[in-house]
Design a protein around this ligand. Structure first.
Ligand code: AMP
Ligand code: GLY
Length: 420
C-alpha cells in the first residue's frame, strides 16, 4: 500500500517508524515531515489544513491510506474531504473532531451520555462567568472553549486569578478560542491518558500512558505540550480502564453516533483518577505527542494493522498483541521553551546513536541543511526506548538523551518519577 501521514512532529516520526516496518507498506510519504522522518520516508511540502490540496496530492501519488496526525487538519475537515474523494482515512470528521475543538461541546456530550466529568458552566460574557466563579470559589479551572494549542487552560488558585483569566480570554488573549469560556470544578487525583481506537460504536483500547506537561522537574513551572511520557500508566489498572470504557468512552461514542456524527480514529481520553474512579478531563481526537512515541515503541508494526482495521471497518476482528514491556520518551527542547527560544542551533551526536526496535531518537522540530541537523522548534527530539521494566526503558532513553551534543537544548531528568 501507498501510505500518506500528515504532520511533522515526534508523533508523526513515531507513526512513520511503526508504519514502515509493516510489510503492507510499499511506499510512505509524510507531509510536511521533518529531518528525522526524511531518513526513513519521503517528505513532501503540502498545506495539510487545505483539504483540496491534500486530496489532489493523494490522488497524484496513488495513495491508498491516509493517517492524519494533528488536530488542526481534522478540525478543518481534511478527513471529510479525503473520504468524499473515496480515500481510506484514519481520523475523525470535522463534526466528530469537535470533541477536541470545543470544550463546551464535549461537556454537553458528557451530560447527554451521563459520563463522569467535572461540574461546569459555559459562558459567552465575562460578567456571568465571574458571577459563577464567585459562587463556586477557588481553586477553579478557566478554559478557552476552542483550540488554543494546549495553552487555553488556567488553573486558578484564587477567585481573583480566575477573574483575571476570564478578562484575558474575553479580551482576546487566545484569539477566537476564547470567545466562549468553560469554567470547571478543579478535580483532584492522578492524571493518565487512555488511547482507544473507535469506529462508530466499536471500541478497542490501544494503550495507556502518562505524560509530564510542566516544563520543570518535580512537575513545576509552565505548561508545555509535554516533556516526556511513559507507557503503560500504572494508575490506569485494568479495572479502572474498564470503568473508563463502560462509563465514559462507550456512552459518549454512542451519543456521537446517535447524533449522526460517529467518531472514527484514535480517541485520546485524558482521565483524572481519584479513589479508583476515572473522570474525563478532556478528549483529544488524535494521538498525544509525546505519548504516541511510547505507544509506537511498544506496538511496532502492528500499530499500522490496528489503524488500518479501524479505518477499514474491521475493528471488531482486530486484536492488540501486548508485550509485557514498558517504554519511556524524554523530550529534548530548545532552551527558553515554552517561552521564546532561538532556532537554527546545530545538533551533534545523532549519527553515533544506536537505533533499533528498543531505542529510537524521534525527531520533532528539526531540519537538515548541508548534512547538519538543526533545531527549528521548541520541542526538538524525543529520546525513546523500551525495556522489560520502566527502569530499563528509562536508563536506555536517558543514555540516548545524554549522547546528544546540543548545548542549546535541555531535558527534564525526572521523567517517570511518579511510577518509579
Ligand atoms: P486540557 O487542555 O483540558 O487537557 O487541560 C490541560 C491540563 O489542565 C490537564 O491535563 C490537567 O492537568 C489540567 N486540568 C484541566 N481541567 C482540569 C480540571 N477540571 N481539574 C483539574 N485539572 C484540570
Ligand atoms: N501531550 C499532550 C498532548 O498531546 O495533548
Amino acid at each position: 500500500m501507498n501510505i500518506l501521514i500528515l504532520g511533522s512532529g515526534g508523533r508523526e516520526h513515531a507513526l512513520a517508524w511503526a508504519v514502515m516496518q509493516n510489510p503492507k507498506c510499499d511506499k510512505l510519504i509524510v507531509a510536511p515531515g521533518n529531518a528525522g522522518i526524511a531518513m526513513i520516508a519521503d517528505c513532501a511540502t503540502l498545506d495539510i489544513e487545505d483539504g483540496g490540496s491534500v486530496v489532489t496530492f493523494a490522488e497524484e501519488n496513488s495513495i491508498d491510506f491516509v493517517i492524519v496526525g494533528p488536530e488542526a487538519p481534522l478540525a478543518a475537515g481534511v478527513a471529510d474531504r479525503l473520504r468524499d474523494a473515496g480515500l481510506l482515512v484514519f481520523g475523525p470528521s470535522a463534526a466528530a473532531a469537535k470533541l477536541e475543538a470545543s470544550k463546551s461541546f464535549t461537556k454537553e456530550i458528557c451530560d447527554a451520555a451521563n459520563a463522569p466529568t467535572a461540574a461546569y458552566g459555559h459562558f459567552t460574557d465575562a460578567e456571568s462567568a465571574k458571577a459563577y466563579v464567585q459562587s463556586q470559589g477557588a481553586p477553579i479551572v478557566v478554559k478557552a472553549d476552542g483550540l488554543a494549542a494546549g495553552k487555553g487552560v488556567i488553573i486558578a488558585e484564587t477567585v481573583a486569578e480566575a477573574e483575571t483569566a476570564i478578562d484575558d480570554m474575553f479580551s482576546g488573549a487566545f484569539g477566537g478560542a476564547g470567545a466562549e469560556v468553560v469554567i470547571e470544578e478543579f478535580m483532584q487525583g492522578e492524571e493518565a491518558s487512555f488511547f482507544v481506537l473507535v469506529n462508530g460504536t466499536d471500541v478497542l483500547p490501544m494503550g495507556t500512558a502518562q505524560d509530564h506537561k510542566r516544563v520543570g522537574e518535580g512537575d513545576t513551572g509552565l505548561n508545555t505540550g509535554g516533556m516526556g511520557a511513559y507507557s503503560p500508566a500504572p494508575v490506569l489498572t485494568d479495572a479502572i480502564a474498564q470503568k473508563a470504557l463502560d462509563e465514559i468512552i462507550k456512552p459518549t461514542m454512542a451519543e456521537m453516533a446517535k447524533r449522526g456524527t460517529p467518531y472514527q480514529g484514535i480517541l485520546y481520553a485524558g482521565l483524572m483518577i481519584e479513589n479508583g474512579q476515572p473522570r474525563l478531563v478532556e478528549y483529544n481526537v488524535r494521538f498525544g505527542d509525546p505519548e504516541c512515541q511510547v505507544l509506537m515503541m511498544r506496538l511496532g508494526a502492528q500499530a499500522f494493522d490496528l489503524m488500518h482495521a479501524c479505518a477499514d471497518d474491521r475493528l471488531p476482528e482486530a486484536r492488540v498483541n501486548w508485550a509485557d514491556d514498558h517504554a519511556m520518551t524524554v523530550v529534548l527542547a530548545a532552551q527558553g521553551y515554552p517561552g521564546a527560544y532561538d532556532k537554527g542551533s546545530v545538533i551533534g551526536g545523532l549519527d553515533a546513536l544506536t537505533e533499533d526496535s528498543f531505542q529510537m531518537m524521534f525527531h520533532a522540530g528539526t531540519s537538515e541543511k548541508d548534512g547538519q541537523i538543526t533545531a527549528t522548534g521548541g520541542r526538538v527530539l524525543n529520546a525513546t526506548a523500551r525495556g522489560a521494566t520502566l527502569q530499563e526503558a528509562r536508563d536506555r532513553a536517558y543514555a540516548q538523551a545524554q549522547a546528544v551534543d546540543w548545548p542549546q537544548g535541555f531535558y527534564r531528568r525526572d521523567i517517570g518519577w511518579r511510577a518509579l
